[in-house]
Design a protein around this ligand. Sequence first.
Ligand code: AMP
Ligand code: GLY
Length: 427
Amino acid sequence: MKILIVGGGGREHAIAWKVAQSPKAEKIYCAPGNAGIGEYAECVDIGVMEFERLAAFAKEKEIDLAVIGMDDPLVGGIVDVFEAEGIRVFGPRKNAAVLEGSKAFSKDLMKKYGIPTAAYENFDDPGKALAYLETASLPIVLKADGLALGKGVLICNTLEEAREGVKSIMMDKKFGSAGNQMVIEEFMTGREVSVLSFVDGKTIKTMTSAQDHKRALDGDQGLNTGGMGTFSPSPFYTDEVDAFCKEHIYQKTVDAMAAEGREFKGIIFFGLMLTEQGPKVLEYNARFGDPEAQVVLPRMKNDIVEVFEACVDGALDQIELKFEDNAAVCVVLASEGYPVSYEKGYEIRGLENFKGREGYYVFHAASREKDGKLVTNGGRVLGVTATGKDLKTARANAYKAAEWVDFDNKYCRSDIGKAIDEAEQSL
Ligand code: AMP
Ligand code: GLY
């Protein structure tokens, strides 16, 4: 098969690596890809939002399956454009990707179908939002409705902060049109866990659990980022939690989307909070997480192309997902200063150390070739993943491997998986 992957970050590198394991994959293209993805795929210089050009390329190359990695093109309707051109594509259509694209939509869906989530109100008028704050209890959570690079959530401890937050989201448009509407919701406490799943419109099969570290600095300090590291599985995602979510969250979400005439095919990423009243949904994403994919896919035993096809064909009930009985940790190597300001263009050294070492992976988030060398090309540069028999071993391995590569201004958190690993001993 000829397969086109759309995207160019660490997540798409992990997808391309996994697709390349499949005996079905004869030729892989990736648009736009990056220098690391270039090891498995021919990178094509077309942007992820250039739907017509991407579709024309897919037709010209007689692509058998397109896989969309990123949220922006999915929410923008790339799947509809590809389908209209007769291209087989893995991912939700625009009317289903709204599950991620509009937080107001997803909250209303959960309310209507009784899926556990934080209490909330939606607003499209800043005056009403400000008035609502006067009666709300603190802390309170403000969310821009649309996509905001994972940054559109403000947790406000004082009324003054909350008022400022409403103004910055809805009036100053800090997150652009994503703030045309907003959700104000109850603050929840508990452990966070992410669960990724494959969905074929009717059937849902969950993968293993994972957990991201979104803050830039150790001890969950500093600014929110796209994700500084992940581990999988989460020791807190117990059989009991899994059983609850299977009964109250996963299938209910898929059925709710179908009942609304928004059949969902692709990945649903459930961001969960394990509260004292049980698991509740924090958010949905309509794609693999980045860097969750970098710990989940190395543990997956299935041929991913078979699973993608089963989702497209509505035959996921025929598939049994299998994961290694081990753990994985991914440490993101970023450029000092990320997520605010940072330099690019520094040579990346030592990538050859990963060659032939089973259980160690280096996924490129932002790299490019310059004068025959690989150089850094963004804030998050590499994701170094290692597996191990348990979290502790995987974490030691990942931090050892993080030393194998180097570039100027290299920065990583030193505590990915640490708190959980320690907590696991006390479970
Ligand atoms: P989201 O993009 O909705 O996942 O929100 C980003 C982060 O904000 C989550 O990973 C949580 O850490 C936090 N968060 C979101 N909603 C809430 C909530 N209702 N209560 C507490 N924390 C929240
Ligand atoms: N790592 C979180 C996300 O991909 O949304």
